[in-house]
Design a protein around this ligand. Structure first.
Ligand code: PMP
Ligand code: GLN
Length: 376
């Protein structure tokens, strides 16, 4: 792990705290999840449900996840957030010395999991299409070698806020089948989709079910990033390797949160719809604020994130911009270079999170506009 430093999220959240800045860097909401879900977790603690959960997770949550995805309970493993589902999948299914393809820019935990597994990361840049990004399936096909064992895909996509097109995902699936690849599909933002865009479940595409592990969690759907309650979904033959790794990482996740999340999955669809509607309003408030402050704003189809180009402000480097922003303007954001092996491609781009109260987003917009940070 020697090449790995502190994560960009920890660095930018610490800078935000130091300068009392509005933290639009690390993606976490500033409002709570469904009240009944919170009550159930409290009730579970009060009634003494505080010891180890079963190895694969509490049955009521496994079956809630299974029902919501149209799979069998035996296909669901409860994990410590999507993060553990990701690392257990890579550690459990990838052999040392093999190659794992990621689409660049990518969530930083993928690189760490690949390194821990002793495998090689091969990163394939996304393709810009108008004011968003999509898979470059030709570049993906060209990156496959006889050592490729897994590909990690994430749509809706962090950090770009893009939702990959159905056509590109179908082509992606055909390529995976032709090359007999195992796929890790990180779908933590599966419900955070805006304005008529559609989420495609990779495991439902032809030929994909037996080769796909899907990871997701309660963090983004129910405003519970601190609960670290997630899951991996796959057919038993594939899930077995994930279970074997997971059981020695944490053995099990926190017990009392699991019945609470099961409640949310079964009963809080209306809450989720309202939350996503409110997020869409927040997205537009922040997009207007960023445009008003002089940045060039890209489209967001899903997730918590807007990408903006800071070059109209005279910056050619988003990292420089983000380093000064908390102190000089009282706002924190994350440079896209922090998610990339092709840093030049993404250099002037910055990610802003809009999963905050609307008054907070208006205040951030005012701060960004009042004393624009110009590189002289
Ligand atoms: N994948 C992506 C793309 C993410 O943005 C995050 C961060 N929330 C995770 C995985 C990790 O999710 P969790 O907090 O449930 O571990
Ligand atoms: N997923 C969140 C983000 O991308 C938080 C990640 C983290 O703090 N590790 O901002």
């Amino acid at each position: 792990m020697q090449p790995f430093g502190e994560t960009i999220f920890a660095t930018m959240s610490a800078a935000a705290a130091k300068h009392n800045a509005i933290n639009l860097g690390q993606g976490f909401p500033d409002t709570d999840g469904p009240p009944r879900m919170l009550e159930i977790a409290q009730r579970e603690i009060a009634r003494g449900n505080n010891q180890y959960a079963p190895g694969k997770g509490v049955e009521v949550l496994r079956s809630a996840v299974a029902d919501s995805r149209g799979v069998g309970t035996e296909e669901v493993l409860i994990t410590v957030g999507a993060t553990e589902a990701i690392s257990a999948t890579v550690l459990g299914l990838v052999e040392p010395g093999s190659e794992v393809i990621v689409f660049d820019p990518y969530y930083d935990a993928y690189a760490a999991a690949i390194a821990l597994a002793g495998a090689q990361r091969v990163s394939v840049p996304l393709r810009q299409v108008d004011r968003t990004w999509d898979l470059n399936t030709a570049a993906f096909a060209a990156a496959i070698t006889d050592r490729t064992s897994m590909v990690i895909i994430n749509s809706p996509h962090n950090p770009t806020g893009s939702v990959f097109s159905r056509a590109a995902l179908e082509e992606f699936a055909r390529i995976c089948v032709a090359h007999d690849l195992t796929v890790l599909s990180d779908e933590v933002y599966e419900h955070l989709i805006f304005e008529g865009n559609q989420h495609t479940r990779i495991n439902e595409l032809p030929g994909m079910k037996s080769r796909t592990v899907t990871s997701s969690s309660a963090a983004k759907s129910y405003n519970a990033t601190g609960w670290k309650t997630g899951w991996a979904i796959a057919e038993p033959a594939l899930l077995d390797g994930v279970i074997k790794a997971k059981q020695f990482m944490t053995y099990v996740g926190a017990t009392p949160f699991q019945p609470a999340v099961a409640h949310a999955i079964h009963n809080e669809r209306a809450w989720l719809r309202r939350m996503v509607d409110s997020l869409a309003v927040g997205k537009n408030i922040l997009a207007d604020g960023l445009r008003n402050a002089g940045l060039k704003v890209y489209d967001t189809a899903g997730t918590y994130f807007i990408v903006a180009d800071v070059s109209p402000l005279g910056f050619d480097d988003g990292t420089d911009y983000c380093m000064g922003l908390p102190e000089l303007q009282g706002v924190a954001a994350i440079p896209l270079a922090g998610f990339s092996d092709h840093k030049e491609t993404w250099k002037p781009l910055v990610r802003f999170a809009f999963c905050k109260r609307h008054d907070v987003l208006r205040e951030a917009s005012e701060r960004l506009a009042q004393t624009p940070l110009f590189r002289l």
